[in-house]
Ligand binder design. Structure first.
Ligand code: MRU
Length: 337
């Protein structure tokens, strides 16, 4: 892969992240050495994507011990700070829950807490890398070659610890020498599709065409799109899917035009404790992301702006869910992972 890892340990056990807010113009790496710095990076989307924010938070917890006592209280305080950054992606809470449980077990067993936490964060990262690879193999077999895949937001290497979720089958097919091309929704308002998906696909040599979100239905009507393939931030017990705002209208358009609509999450994104989509907390972000991006006003001062970062696609619109454990009907996925 020619995609740089969006996260790494430094030799001094701090974190090094690729600042995704600066892409595609600038490839800048930033060192984070406090829990608060990691929380800020997650909140501002320097680090983003459901699996990657789980990994970053897990690694971030270890930083608590650099600046304070090696206690369960310190770990839980760090976990609370990191867990409060973004509400929708369940991977964040899932990863932090693992770190808290590992800390408690390590202390009870008299193990070195710093070593135990670092090992657990590495395990979360490594498991995600492996899950991405399995999604890639499973999705590639389902989609086949000579495919044109329409995607939304960024569920690629920049969003995970591996080759991505929705983009994993694309990379797997490409590496196998099969013909595959991607149509990438721009993804208003923060443009993860044009800034990030197009960037990483272009670097990997995968043909990519960027469209504005409002063009997706017209593109689907043209008849040359094999399938829609997106990631997820949380999948409820009934198979409803929370993903980047704009996913739901894409699913409606895909249904209208008879195009399969696939969702590709790792099992860490499936949340059996959330009964359905109405119970998924949807993050609302600052109105300026729409009305004043990059300091340039695109709506008059004083008008109201509504800026939910995610939407919920009802399970009925989802053709199948491609996970690291196989392909499932939406209603079956929570019982299977
Ligand atoms: O706000 P973001 O950029 O973190 O949103 C990311 C998405 O919605 C992705 O589609 C999702 O997290 C899946 S990433 C494998």
């Amino acid at each position: 892969m020619t995609i740089p890892s969006p996260i790494a340990w430094t030799p001094g056990r701090t974190l090094r992240i690729l600042d995704q807010t600066l892409l595609p113009g600038e490839e800048r790496y930033v060192e984070l050495d406090t829990v608060d710095a990691v929380a800020e990076a997650i909140r501002t989307l320097r680090v983003r994507g459901a699996p990657l924010i789980g990994i970053a938070a897990a690694m971030g917890v270890t930083l608590a011990l650099r600046h304070g006592p090696a206690t369960l209280d310190a770990v839980c305080a760090a976990s609370a700070t990191l867990g409060a950054t973004r509400p929708t992606a369940v991977n964040l809470r899932w990863a932090l829950g693992r770190m808290e449980r590992r800390a408690a077990a390590a202390l009870a067993a008299g193990e070195d807490l710093a070593d135990a936490l670092r090992d657990e964060a590495d395990a979360i990262w490594e498991e995600d890398r492996a899950m991405c690879a399995r999604i890639g193999a499973t999705g590639a077999a389902l989609i086949g070659g000579d495919a044109v895949v329409l995607t939304h937001c960024n569920a690629g290497a920049l969003a995970t610890g591996g080759i991505g979720t929705a983009l994993a089958p694309v990379y797997t097919l490409h590496q196998a020498g099969r013909r595959v091309a991607v149509v990438a929704d721009e993804t208003r308002p923060l443009l993860q599709g044009s800034r990030l998906t197009a960037w990483e696909l272009a670097r990997a040599g995968v043909p990519v065409t960027v469209i504005a979100d409002g063009m997706a239905a017209s593109r689907l009507r043209r008849g040359d799109v094999s399938c829609v393939l997106v990631g997820a931030d949380r999948i409820a017990a009934n198979g409803d899917v929370a993903n980047k705002i704009g996913t739901y209208p894409l699913a409606l358009a895909a249904r209208e035009h008879g195009v399969p609509f696939y969702v590709a999450p790792p099992s860490s994104t499936v949340d059996p404790s959330t009964p359905d989509g109405s119970a998924i907390p949807i993050e609302e972000r600052a109105g300026d992301e729409i009305a004043g991006p990059a300091g340039r006003r695109t709506a008059p001062l004083g008008v109201q702006v509504w800026n939910p970062a995610f939407d919920v696609t009802p399970a009925a619109l989802v053709t199948a869910i491609i996970t690291d454990r196989g392909v499932f009907a939406p209603r079956d996925v929570a019982g299977a992972v």
